[in-house]
Design a protein around this ligand. Structure first.
Ligand SMILES: [Zn+2]
Length: 72
């Protein structure tokens, strides 16, 4: 029952349209270097810095390389 909904959610989430429309809103993502866990800033609703769901450490914010002035 919920399976089809979940699948279509995943498909639409990975679709080019959605990616393009989200791009301007996302300034970067939070990373846990130890666990290689990433949370996009647009997916994080809380305040301050999120903590890693794996190890509980504070995550590091990393700007998207294509949103800043430096392309190197
Ligand atoms: Zn972690």
């Amino acid at each position: 029952m919920g399976l089809l909904d979940t699948v279509s959610d995943v498909v639409s989430e990975m679709g080019p349209d959605r990616e393009a429309s989200q791009r301007p809103q996302s300034k970067g993502a939070y990373w846990c270097d130890d666990c290689s866990v990433r949370i996009r800033d647009v997916e994080y609703d809380g305040e301050g810095t999120p903590t890693c769901p794996e190890c509980g450490q504070e995550m590091r914010f990393e700007r998207r390389p294509d949103s800043g002035g430096c392309a190197c």
